[in-house]
Design a protein around this ligand. Structure first.
Ligand SMILES: Cc1cc2nc3c(=O)[nH]c(=O)nc-3n(C[C@H](O)[C@H](O)[C@H](O)COP(=O)(O)O)c2cc1C
Length: 215
């Protein structure tokens, strides 16, 4: 086992300054996401769109990674199975937290807000763009339920393959997107001596207020 006490990273990066930061956090998010894609091209950041989303019921939070599929209408969209654990938790509590960990860039973005279902037409439109094997996987997997064995899952996939062998795979009723509309977004840029930059945007009326947090 490594000595975890000794594991250290020297954080650094261009300062995140109020004078350079746009008034709209989505503009800053777009710029940072673009930087993450450049880092992917350079082979240093594998999943630029990966984000951790937490849900919470009865005071018990749960977290998992999903993939960001659009940033539009003032929100972050991902797709999943509506009957999954996250789906059932979101039906009881729409308040969520999101986290993008762009560690090779020494950056993190956090957001908190409210989840809502995206319109069915949008889910169907995205589903139609997915590769056929992913589409079949959505039919074969009752996400988050217990399966008897790997073979059972493999049989369910083969059954979906047979069922839709000569037709386009339709979007399952229980599969679709959520859009998270944030009430806050925090941008973290690592700096030397643990004196990191943190800019917090909070919704204020139709716009956003901005403040700097201690690292
Ligand atoms: C890199 C990565 C990307 C993932 N993307 C998604 C996704 O977009 N949608 C999804 O439902 N699950 C995705 N997953 C799987 C989830 O993390 C999780 O295992 C699954 O959604 C079930 O979560 P739940 O039981 O809390 O509902 C991804 C996992 C990883 C590691």
């Amino acid at each position: 086992m490594q000595d975890l006490y000794k594991e250290r990273t020297a954080y650094e990066g261009e300062h995140l300054l109020e004078s350079n930061a746009p008034a709209d956090p989505f503009m800053l998010f777009d710029a940072w996401l673009a930087d993450a894609f450049v880092a992917k091209e350079r082979g240093v950041l594998p999943e630029p769109t990966a984000m951790v989303i937490t849900t919470s019921v009865d005071d018990q939070p749960s977290a998992r990674t999903v993939l960001l599929k659009s940033v539009s209408n003032g929100g972050f969209t991902f797709f999943t199975n509506y009957n999954s654990r996250k789906g059932s938790e979101l039906s009881r509590n729409r308040q969520v937290a999101l986290l993008f960990g762009w560690y090779p860039l020494h950056r993190q973005v956090r957001a908190e807000g409210t989840a809502e279902l995206v319109p069915r037409t949008e889910s169907e439109a995205y589903f139609a763009t997915r590769p056929r094997d992913s589409q079949l996987g959505a039919w074969a997997s009752e996400q988050s339920s217990t399966v008897g064995s790997l073979e059972e899952l493999t049989r369910a996939y083969a059954a979906a393959d047979r069922r839709f062998h000569d037709v386009p795979v339709p979007c399952p009723e229980d599969w679709g997107g959520y859009r998270i509309t944030p009430t806050m977004i925090e941008f973290w840029q690592g700096q030397p001596s643990r004196m990191h930059d943190r800019l917090l945007y909070r919704r204020a009326g139709l716009g956003w207020s901005r403040s700097r947090l201690a690292p």
